[in-house]
Design a protein around this ligand. Structure first.
Ligand SMILES: [Fe+2]
Length: 267
C-alpha cells in the first residue's frame, strides 16, 4: 500500500456476490497504519477476510511508528486484525460452505528456512554464499527480525510445529484451502528470474502438506509471478498483485480477483 496506484486498486475492489470471502495472502504493506487501512477497506466489502502475514508486514522499518520486532510484531498484527474482524493464522479455521465447499479455510504462517537451496550447496552458509556471488539478497536479512528466536529458520521451525498441530485438528472429512504467503512446495520458484532468491521463499518441510492435509487448493503470494500450477492433482494459485511496475505491463486496470474455489473442489 506504499504505492498510490495499489491503494486505488484496493479502494475499487468489490465482491462478485455479497457472500464472497476474500483471501489476502500477505505483503499488504510495511506500516501498521497501511495494513489496517487496506484490510479494513476489504473487510467492509467482503463477508469474511482471511489474512496470512507476508514478509513485508513483518519488517521493522525506521519510518513506521510501530517498532516491535519479530514475534511481538506478528502478535500485534494479529491483534490489529482481530480489532477489524479479519481472520488470522491464530484463529480457529473457518468453514466455507459456499460454492466449491465445504472446506476448512486455513491461513498459515510458516516463513522459510533456507532449504530451497541452489544445486550443489548443502547448508545455509554455502547457499547464501552462492546467492551473494549472484548478487541476490532478500531485504528480509535487514528488516525481518526473528526475536525472540535466534534465527528466522528457528522461528520457521516453531511455526511449522504450531501450523501442523492446527492442521492435524481439522475434521478429516473436510478438504482444506491452505493459505500461506510462501508457497508450501518449491515448484513455483523454478521460474524465478534469480533462482537463488528461492532461499527466502519457503521450506522443504511443508512439501507434502497439500496431500497430508487434503488441500483442494493452496494459495500463496510472495513471488510476484501470478499463475496457477498443479501438483499431485492440487492447484497452487499465486494471487500476488505486485508493484505497479510489475502489473502495468500486464495491462491490469483493476486488481484481478481469482475464484480460488470452484464447484467440485471439496470432493
Ligand atoms: Fe513477500
Amino acid at each position: 500500500m506504499t504505492y498510490q496506484q495499489n491503494r486505488e486498486f484496493v479502494e475499487a475492489i468489490r465482491p462478485h456476490s455479497p457472500d464472497d470471502w476474500l483471501i489476502v495472502a500477505g505483503d499488504v504493506a510495511e506500516k501498521f497504519d497501511d495494513v489496517e487501512w487496506a484490510l479494513g477497506v476489504l473487510r467492509s466489502r467482503f463477508a469474511k477476510v482471511v489474512w496470512s502475514p507476508g514478509n513485508h508486514e513483518l519488517w521493522t522499518t525506521k519510518d513506521d511508528p510501530a517498532q516491535a520486532r519479530g514475534e511481538v510484531r506478528y502478535k500485534q498484527l494479529v491483534e490489529l486484525c482481530r480489532g477489524i474482524d479479519v481472520l488470522t493464522p491464530e484463529d480457529e479455521f473457518a468453514v466455507f460452505e459456499g460454492a466449491g465447499g465445504p472446506v476448512a479455510v486455513a491461513p498459515l504462517f510458516t516463513l522459510y528456512d533456507y532449504t530451497f537451496r541452489p544445486a550443489g550447496t548443502t547448508d545455509k552458509a554455502s547457499a547464501l554464499a552462492v546467492a551473494q556471488e549472484a548478487g541476490v539478497i532478500c531485504t528480509d536479512e535487514y528488516f525481518l527480525h526473528p526475536d525472540p528466536y535466534p534465527s528466522r529458520e528457528a522461528w520457521c521451525a516453531a511455526r511449522i510445529e504450531e501450523s501442523e498441530r492446527r492442521l492435524r485438528a481439522v475434521d478429516e472429512s473436510l478438504r482444506t484451502v491452505l493459505i500461506n504467503h510462501w508457497p508450501l512446495v518449491r515448484d513455483p520458484t523454478f521460474v524465478l528470474r534469480y533462482p537463488e532468491f528461492a532461499l527466502w521463499c519457503g521450506t522443504e518441510r511443508t512439501a507434502d502438506w497439500h496431500v497430508r492435509f487434503r488441500a483442494a487448493v493452496m494459495v500463496y503470494g510472495h513471488l510476484h509471478i501470478p499463475r496457477t500450477i498443479r501438483k499431485d492433482g492440487v492447484r497452487f494459485d499465486e494471487v500476488s498483485l505486485g508493484y505497479p511496475r510489475e502489473w502495468q505491463p500486464r495491462g491490469w486496470t483493476a486488481a484481478p480477483l481469482l475464484d480460488v474455489l470452484r464447484e467440485g473442489d471439496a470432493r
